[in-house]
Design a protein around this ligand. Sequence first.
Ligand SMILES: Cc1cc2nc3c(=O)[nH]c(=O)nc-3n(C[C@H](O)[C@H](O)[C@H](O)COP(=O)(O)OP(=O)(O)OC[C@H]3O[C@@H](n4cnc5c(N)ncnc54)[C@H](O)[C@@H]3O)c2cc1C
Length: 288
Amino acid sequence: MKNVFLPNSIEEFRQIWSAVPDAVLMAGGTDLLVSLREGKTKVKNIISLERISELRHIDCSGGEILIGSLVTHQQILDAPIIAEALPVLRQAASLLGSPAVRHMGTIGGNICTASPAADLLPALYLLDARLELHTERTKRTVPITDFIIGPRQTSLSEGEFLYRIRVPIPVPNTRAYYFKVGQRKALAITIASMAALLRLDTDMTVLEGRFSWGSVGPTVLRFPETEKILQNQKLSEPLLKEIGEKSARLTEPISDIQASADYRRMLVSNFPLRLLQAEKYTGSNGKK
Ligand SMILES: Cc1cc2nc3c(=O)[nH]c(=O)nc-3n(C[C@H](O)[C@H](O)[C@H](O)COP(=O)(O)OP(=O)(O)OC[C@H]3O[C@@H](n4cnc5c(N)ncnc54)[C@H](O)[C@@H]3O)c2cc1C
């Protein structure tokens, strides 16, 4: 028998949590309930966040998009401000799970599960997202790279929860893409993924390039040294091939039931080449 608490506000939530500090938080439950059913998580008390409407908002302020931890993947798909300012996050949400999972599952749950295969993480790493973590008395903001410290491990301390996600809006004329390979087109666990952001001059010179890699290491990975290679170079097939090959050497994939480590490295080598096609399709002159 489990006790499930359903606070209606942040204040009520804080009161309940200080009374039952051993409780586990539940957002949409799409990860937690599976883990409970498989016996991987054992808990007596659950606090469901689902009625706390304060955590369900998407706002824009001071050059950032502020996304409440309880915002569902479907809300990300439906929000015009996300389509306008962070289309790569929208694209990642569109490839996550099934309609039912997208309606139940939340961005906060996707982050706190901290799976290297989680679909929203490459976009959030790419966009330098920061996370607002609250306890009853304290608030701190940390880069997502410092929050996720290993497979299914976060730096959340006792009594701390994810309040919202702050994502800086990329400068104009920036385009970003998310590519995912799974065993099927839908409802597929990511075998490997890449999110990429490009800011190009009118003659295809790269002003800025960023890449993040999913499911090829203990966490989502970024390689700043490799990203620097692109700067002030013309976007070309050999350049993207070099980025792919150098990144593949830096990844730390495992072999599992989904795919071998070698196959994952091969995907990383080849992913950047997809950008040429994507750029051709989108237009190379900074217009969307
Ligand atoms: C059939 C199926 C298909 C799926 N497909 C995909 C897929 O394609 N891509 C993908 O990335 N994922 C997929 N998932 C996994 C899952 O749906 C996502 O990770 C989802 O975003 C989890 O969100 P949730 O709200 O359901 O999290 P929950 O299950 O509620 O919580 C997950 C974890 O996060 C913690 N947590 C939640 N919110 C907070 C908070 N605010 N503060 C602190 N801790 C918190 C919980 O305690 C728990 O440990 C799938 C799951 C299922 C069942």
